[in-house]
Design a protein around this ligand. Structure first.
Ligand SMILES: O=C(O)CCC(=O)C(=O)O
Length: 287
């Protein structure tokens, strides 16, 4: 398996605005969390044979397969705050004072929905402020692959951000071809001018189970199409982290809606634990 030297991880992050770390979490470390998947989601066979149409229904929307933290299964909850992920976030952000503000597991099934996204950045629904490229990252998003994600199974892809330095803050979505509009987006959010060059430059994050991809809010990226017939993708765990002081950063950009803010150090100190302790005592909004 391809590996990334520890010293290269930070260098790639700083240079490209993302880093792909194959095998960061071992198959053994994934095992207990993965064992929860058949309870959390239909298997590929169950979904494609429509064994339980009611259970399947939500997965027919692009984002319908997302299950939010905390998970009913404690092993999956603990896996999603595995210390290797915390160590990586601390290293990339240069702080040991982190909060995680959103964790989810996302199940996708070939043909259930169109997962082929336009290139975009995530800042619009993670912060009420526009992130500055001239400041070091204050936030990191992560995907932990629970299963193998080859190129035909919809891995995310990323454009190294030295290629996107000229892009203004808006538009935020860049289709490959000219003339695309989206009635669901405010005017100016989707580029009317196609940028096929960005799609040619994108780097696929295809990888095996245990791979972690970390990226900045400002990095252009997208989910890609699932084309393997009968496939399922019980994955990835999405794990945005932020520095403890950054209370304006939260998924959907509003800390008031944030029901899963977890003090990572507390979780670590409490292991082995029967359950995660939520919320941390220092979060007045949730006390
Ligand atoms: O599905 C993926 O791999 C990426 C999803 C994504 O970028 C998004 O929904 O904003």
């Amino acid at each position: 398996m391809e590996t990334v030297d520890a010293s290269d991880i930070k260098a790639q992050w700083l240079r490209d605005g993302f880093v792909i770390v194959p095998g960061l979490v071992s198959k053994e470390e994934l095992a207990l969390g993965r064992a929860a998947l058949p309870d959390m989601f239909p298997t590929a066979e169950e979904f494609h044979n429509d064994v339980d149409p009611q259970r399947n229904a939500r997965f027919r929307d692009e984002f319908g397969g997302i299950t939010d933290f905390p998970f009913a299964n404690t092993d999956m909850s603990l896996l999603s705050v595995h210390e290797k992920l915390i160590d990586l976030a601390e290293d990339l952000l240069g702080t040991n004072s982190l909060r995680v503000y959103s964790i989810e597991v996302w199940a996708k099934y070939t043909g259930a929905a169109n997962y082929d996204q336009r290139l975009h950045r995530d800042y619009l629904n993670h912060t009420v402020l526009v992130p500055s490229r001239t400041h070091p990252a204050q936030q990191v998003e992560m995907f932990l692959y629970l299963v193998d994600i080859p190129v035909d199974m919809g891995p995310p892809s990323y454009v190294p951000w030295q290629l996107t330095a000229d892009l203004p803050v808006l538009p935020n979505w860049y289709p490959a071809s000219d003339g695309v509009t989206d009635p669901d987006s405010p005017p100016g959010w989707v580029s009317y001018v196609g940028r096929p060059d960005l799609y040619q430059a994108e780097v696929s994050a295809a990888g095996s189970a245990g791979t972690v991809v970390a990226y900045r809010l400002e990095t252009l990226h997208r989910g890609t199409a699932m084309t393997t017939p009968g496939g399922s993708l019980h994955d990835p765990c999405q794990l945005p982290h932020r520095d403890l002081g950054l209370d304006w950063q939260a998924f959907l950009a509003c800390p008031l809606t944030d029901t899963a803010v977890v003090g990572l150090r507390r979780v670590r100190q409490s292991t082995p634990a029967p359950a995660l302790r939520i919320p941390p005592a220092w979060t007045p909004l949730l006390e």
